[in-house]
Design a protein around this ligand. Structure first.
Ligand code: SAH
Ligand code: SF4
Ligand code: F3S
Length: 487
């Protein structure tokens, strides 16, 4: 087995440790590449592949900025890249197979071009994939994790100088870093931006790897967040999405003086056109947040509120800290305060011990909530989590059958919800030109629904009223209100 320089290997056990009394240092980091890295980067092309959730997308933007600062240019074509970066996810098992498949696919071109391959992200926080990479993929040169992104230049320079594989994964976050570099340059969209508000998660839902891969929960200061939103607004951004694994526990780690509702209000007062946030945790959510949402028209009337299951027995085994009835109460309160709210959720099917009766409870909860959409997942055991050791009773066939039945029901609900928008006029923030048809411009309405119109790229970054002509399950077709129907 090729070893390389193993500075620090991942340990899920070590990552599970929480010490609420220790205060993480806050660090302001102006991150610049050394002359060595700049000279290495000249004339080189990089390609980043990002998997997983928005937290990873945001981290990839920061890494993208680092690579741009070295003078590299970006390419979408992984086979032409001199520098390939995978930012990995660990939420489900198939992520590993996917990564190894990709590595197999690019191996020949990497070896012939002597390209540099680096892998970061949540999967690198786990022992098993790291050891597989070290033994079977010696052409991978740098492995790092979610807790040392700010040391990326240092790690890369060492790996380049030593001409060997370099592994540095930290199981615990070392500091809360505020980047003082030109962040906008790394961002993928000039209109819509992700803004981290908390990192990590302390909830330890029994199926979930995130508290291990992302470390203890820590919140950025309100001043830093508001400053970032104001800077984005000044540069013409129209929308921010506040990110955290559990946004409503914002501020708990520094024990006040403000909570998520206060932060949300401060962000709304910046006057940026559109504000979204994800992900809230049902039992931490309260009327104070809904009242801020109801009072500020620039906070979008949509909420992604993961329920995971409609059965109390399963929720308990998942270590979700609410009952079915408590979830329904939150939804009732939400609908009474924001009647036109767009409500989506996450659901896991086939959790260990799930019976047909438990599954029926999930189906009936979907009826009661009338979700506008949902992400549905088949339970995937993650090594190191309690649920991976729980006894499983249902067969794979039963689980797949439940999964299909749930998906059908969710598709029906989503189709019904989308059809209600036909013949209405909705404001759309345009963000993308279709790759296949340049006259098709796409954006999102206030509820977060995807809307396509015929137009040109001058629409990008504008918010325009659109008449909805046609609805599909997960998209709407419309025409610019002021120009009459174009379909
Ligand atoms: N922090 C967010 C989202 C975390 S991951 C939250 O708490 O809602 C996104 C979704 O992936 C989860 O909501 C859950 O539905 C799903 N998920 C997480 N771990 C999983 C696992 N082991 N198997 C299947 N789905 C999982
Ligand atoms: Fe995972 Fe639960 Fe934390 Fe969400 S709240 S990231 S599902 S442990
Ligand atoms: Fe995946 Fe890590 Fe996000 S495991 S879902 S990328 S927090």
């Amino acid at each position: 087995m090729k070893k390389g320089r193993l500075v620090s290997l991942p340990s899920l056990r070590e990552a599970a440790r929480r010490n609420p009394d220790s205060v993480l240092p806050r660090q302001r980091a102006e991150i610049r590449p050394s002359a060595f890295l700049v000279s290495w980067g000249q004339e080189k092309l990089f390609c980043i592949r990002t998997y997983g959730c928005q937290a990873n997308v945001r981290d990839s933007e920061i890494l993208r900025l680092f690579l741009l600062q070295m003078g590299m240019k970006e390419t979408e074509d992984i086979l032409r890249a001199d520098f390939v970066l995978f930012n990995t996810c660990a939420i489900r098992e198939n992520a590993e197979n996917h990564l190894f498949g990709e590595l197999g696919r690019i191996k020949a071109s990497v070896l012939s071009r002597r390209a540099f391959v680096a892998i970061g992200g949540c999967m690198m926080q786990e022992e098993k994939p790291v050891s597989t990479l070290l033994s079977r993929y010696p052409f991978v040169r740098l492995l790092f994790g979610t807790n040392n992104i700010e040391r990326f230049y240092e790690l890369l320079e060492q790996a380049l100088r030593e001409e060997d594989t370099y592994v540095d994964v930290r199981s615990q976050p070392q500091a809360l870093v505020e980047y003082e570099c030109e962040q906008e340059k790394g961002r993928l969209s000039p209109y819509s931006a992700f803004v981290d508000i908390t990192y990590g998660c302390d909830n330890f839902c029994t199926y979930c790897i995130v508290p291990y891969t992302r470390g203890r929960e820590r919140s950025r200061r309100k001043e830093d967040i508001v400053r970032e939103v104001l800077a984005l607004k000044e540069r013409g951004y129209r929308q921010v999405t506040l990110l955290g694994q559990n946004v409503d526990s914002y501020g708990k780690d520094f024990h006040g003086p403000y909570a998520f509702a206060d932060l949300l209000e401060s962000v709304a007062q910046t006057g940026i056109d559109r504000i979204r946030f994800t992900t809230p945790y049902p039992s931490d959510f309260n009327a104070k947040v809904f009242s801020v949402m109801a009072r500020y028209p620039n906070i979008m009337p949509s909420l992604h509120l993961p329920v995971q299951s409609g059965s109390d027995a399963i929720l308990r085994r998942m270590n979700r800290r609410y009952t079915r009835e408590e979830y329904l109460n939150v939804v009732r309160l939400l609908r009474s305060m924001i009647p036109d709210v767009f409500l989506t959720t996450d659901i896991i099917v086939g959790f260990p011990g799930e019976t047909e009766k438990d599954f029926q409870d999930t189906l009936s909860l979907c009826e009661e909530c009338q979700f506008d959409g949902a992400f549905t997942f088949l339970f995937s055991p993650r090594p190191g989590t309690p649920a991976s050791r729980m006894e499983d009773t249902a067969t794979d066939e039963e689980k797949h059958d439940r999964f299909e039945r749930l998906k059908d029901r969710i598709d029906q609900l989503a189709t019904k919800s989308a059809s209600r928008t036909v013949s209405t006029t909705v404001p759309v923030l345009f963000e993308e030109v279709s790759k296949r048809d340049p006259s098709r411009i796409s954006g999102y309405d206030e509820h977060g629904r995807l809307v396509h119109v015929t137009g040109d790229k001058s629409l990008l970054g504008t918010i325009r009223p659109v008449d909805i002509l046609e609805s599909h399950t997960y998209s709407l077709i419309g025409a610019l209100h002021d120009e009459g129907p174009s379909f």
